[in-house]
Design a protein around this ligand. Sequence first.
Ligand SMILES: [Zn+2]
Length: 427
Amino acid sequence: MLDIKNTAADAPFVDAAELHAMMDEVSTFGGGPGGAMTRLTLSEEDRAARDWFAAFIKREGLKLEIDVIGNMFGLLDWAGPDAPVVMTGSHLDSQPNGGRFDGAYGVVAACAAVLALKRHVAATGIKPKTNIVVVNWTNEEGARFQPSLLGSGVYTGEIDLAFALARTDGDGVSVGEALDMIGYRHESAPPLPAAYIELHIEGSDKLEQAGLRFAAFQRFWGATKFRLAFLGRQAHTGPTPMAERRDALLGAAYLIADLKTIADEAGVDLHTSVGRLEVYPNSPNVVPAEAVCFIELRSGSAEVLAKAETDMNAAVELAAAKAGVGFEIRAVDRRRAGPMDPGLVRLAQETAKTIGQETLLLDTIGGHDAVSMAAVCPSIVIAVPCVGGVMHHPTEFTSEPDRELGVIILAGMLWRFCTDGNILEQR
Ligand SMILES: [Zn+2]
């Protein structure tokens, strides 16, 4: 049941019953009571869901390709070998005891959109100018194997293949072994697309709060993570005079307070934290010799993130000087912040407007495969609400009308590429 006009007369018709039937089918693979979903990447449940996706691809006459890390692609090459390609999809893996819609909705939506486009071409006789690829990425979640975004990271070249295949789960099974166990390691992948569009559930409650039903993510947040050790001198907390103490934990304390100030001064665009502290020897009556801080800086702006790092370095120097201790940086991990493609954001807004929907512009703080893809081609995540903002939990839920709305807009965006070619180049 739709409370919006399904589509303008010249846009593809999304069959709601077909969409919901596919969502229900995929939800059986790893589905449990109360909406629970446990479909860890490369598990037997994941294999079953992959087999379903492969069957869809073959049944609809798309070309199935599976690459070296198990990413699955279905190419609808109806515009000829020289035509641009637009890719859409998401991931079929889930968290343990997670929900049904995170990722899987995006893959099912891609399938439903392809069906709508094919019907539309058959009905109108219009010759498409763009090929479509549907995709299922391996290990988006990072639940069984770390890091997350493994499949899309290998596809874009950001993650080394040998490194990815050697990652092991809690039982010591490697990604390579798990791929072979379910028969999903091959060597075929399509070239980079002209654009990547991922439809996802929102994962927060900003749409609900705004009273809207559709969002486009215009930025993705980056993170800079430091493991930093303050180095003091171990001593008895009783007799050692205060002036002679070199207290590593005191250095950490000054820094933790200063990081909060750095975030306060930057405004809402910066999150800072020390979420873990390792103190040595960690005894009530020993002045700490070492305090290791696990620091995170996060922002949607590369500039804000870079400034936060500079400010943090100054704060570390100051904290160490005040406490009379040394310090060393033991590890740094940087995940870049950046914009989603502005042309795709505009296309999402325009397409939503044709069916009377306003687009809420959001940032994504968590990871998505579209964040990997943004490094190599114009990319975007578009989103529909999830009730209460709940994700990664059995109660994760997106209503049927909202699921339909997302696919209607996705199909509409894809159709614009089909009728106009690579519209991003033309803007
Ligand atoms: Zn997801």
